[in-house]
Design a protein around this ligand. Structure first.
Ligand code: ZN
Length: 462
């Protein structure tokens, strides 16, 4: 077994050069960088030596999967792979079938290391590249990768990694959806027991993304398609310093799909089960006026959840009524009327607004041109009456606005997918979307390995 001292002695010249650079460093920054370089050199040297040493250990050979003959060693063959600390290289035994069967080459030590025959890059580096691409355009991701660990990779390579692991994330989700379809419910996520006692909120919204008119080329007209998003979270009421009650979201999870309401419904159902919808003390649904979402609510959640129509959206309807009614009252401007009814709405008197609209519709003094607008708003409010009980919602500590899912749309979709000149292919979009979802939902690392690959776990820089 090589000791650290031996390893340093073996590569003394290279280390000496790096050390001289450190000695010549004047400024703090250059001193730190020279020392960091020595650190990287140590890391790479240690990996190289350990791999070469371990590859020497006696090897037992399996049988050829074609003809069943015992594989035979063909001697040591070099292997090279790019890692977080740069290229590492070692020599390990490769075996082959004595009958020279096709595809019988075997390098058992590679399997011990958990690397595939055609693998060019070590998985901790692939994970970091994918993580950077989750937040940044591909060309920026590779620049940062080079700044962070001195490894140069093309943006096309990182793009391919994202396709591969994004596809795996999608396949994993599809298996879970298939299971659910066959009546197998997903396991509930491990949730803090304190959070389990809090109400579960589900909020839904949509956002459009620019797609390429045809695959393969960014040319041609942009085609916008809607991505549907749902947010699930536990809501905690907290007192602010000014003694006001605010709601805080905990255990936030996102669901998103480029597809129709049915596609969202399946994913939402899956996630709601994972988040303990069946045992939550209360379930709250919030969305704006979009009909598809309310249909989804009525069909799948109305039995279990309290529906809340986004307050700002409801107030907007009152604004439209005020505008329709216009300047026909000498004693009051539309703005004054709007402010009064909005106040009523906020404090739980929506039935009075519906009555008032009913009276306005009957008054002969109401201009005929205003009536269709007033009628529409009256019907709208009547239909959503149970979803407009804002006083009661507030009292129970529920949020009354869907701002939480609107901001989720911003950081899940707009920040990464709607940059200047960006146009996506559906496949490329879906792969990256599922990696982003995996990251925000805390399911990113299991895509890459069974054990955590997070650098700070091993880093002294804590
Ligand atoms: Zn064979």
């Amino acid at each position: 077994m090589l000791t650290l001292k031996h390893i340093v002695e073996l590569d003394a010249l290279e280390l000496q050069q790096l050390y001289e650079k450190l000695q010549k460093s004047v400024t703090l920054a250059s001193l730190v960088l020279a020392a960091w370089q020595i650190g990287l050199w140590f890391a790479r040297t240690l990996v190289n030596h350990h791999l070469n040493e371990r590859a020497q250990l006696p090897q037992s050979w399996g049988n050829c999967h074609q003809c069943g003959s015992h594989l035979q060693s063909k001697g040591f063959v070099p292997r090279r792979i790019l890692t977080l600390v740069g290229w590492v290289e070692w020599r390990r035994r490769v075996g082959r079938c004595p009958n020279r069967c096709a595809g019988s080459h075997d390098a058992p030590f590679d399997q011990v290391l958990g690397i595939a025959p055609d693998q060019q890059t070590s998985i901790e580096l692939v994970r970091l590249g994918c993580l950077l691409a989750v937040f940044l355009p591909f060309e920026l991701a590779v620049q940062l990768l080079s700044q962070l660990c001195g490894v140069h990779i093309s943006d096309d390579t990182v793009w391919q990694w994202v396709q591969r692991f994004g596809r795996q994330a999608m396949q994993r989700l599809n298996r879970e959806l298939d299971n659910l379809h066959q009546g197998v419910e997903p396991a509930m996520e491990a949730i803090d027991p304190i959070l389990m006692e809090l109400p579960l909120v589900i909020a839904a919204d949509g956002v459009t993304v620019p797609f390429r008119a045809q695959g393969g080329t960014p040319k041609g007209k942009i085609r916008f398609q809607e991505v549907k998003i749902a947010l699930l979270a536990r809501i905690r009421s907290v007192q602010t310093r000014s003694a006001q009650t605010k709601t805080r979201l905990e255990q936030r999870r996102l669901v998103a799909v480029l597809g129709d309401i049915a596609a969202l419904q399946a994913r939402l159902q899956l996630e709601a089960l994972r988040q303990g919808i069946t045992t939550a003390p209360q379930v709250v649904w919030i969305s704006d006026g979009a009909r598809g979402f309310w249909r989804l609510f009525e069909q799948h959640f109305a039995g279990i959840a309290i529906g809340i129509l986004d307050f700002y959206h409801a107030a907007q309807q009152l604004g439209e009524a005020a505008e329709a009614y216009g300047d026909t009252l000498p004693t009051r401007t539309p703005q004054q009327w709007f402010e009064r009814v909005r106040h009523q709405l906020r404090h739980g008197y929506v039935h009075r607004i519906v009555q008032e609209l009913g009276r306005l519709l009957q008054y002969p003094s109401t201009p005929a041109s205003a009536k269709p607008g007033l009628k529409r708003v009256q019907q709208y409010l009547s239909k959503h009456l149970p979803h407009l009980q804002y006083r009661s919602f507030k009292k129970q500590g529920f949020p009354i606005g869907s701002g939480m899912v609107e901001s989720a749309c911003k950081w899940l979709i707009e920040q990464r997918f709607k940059g200047t000149g960006m146009r996506w292919s559906e496949t490329g979009f879906n792969h990256l979307l599922h990696l982003r979802l995996a990251w925000v939902n805390g399911r990113f690392d299991p895509l890459f390995a069974e054990h955590p690959l997070t650098l700070h776990l091993y880093s002294p820089n804590r």
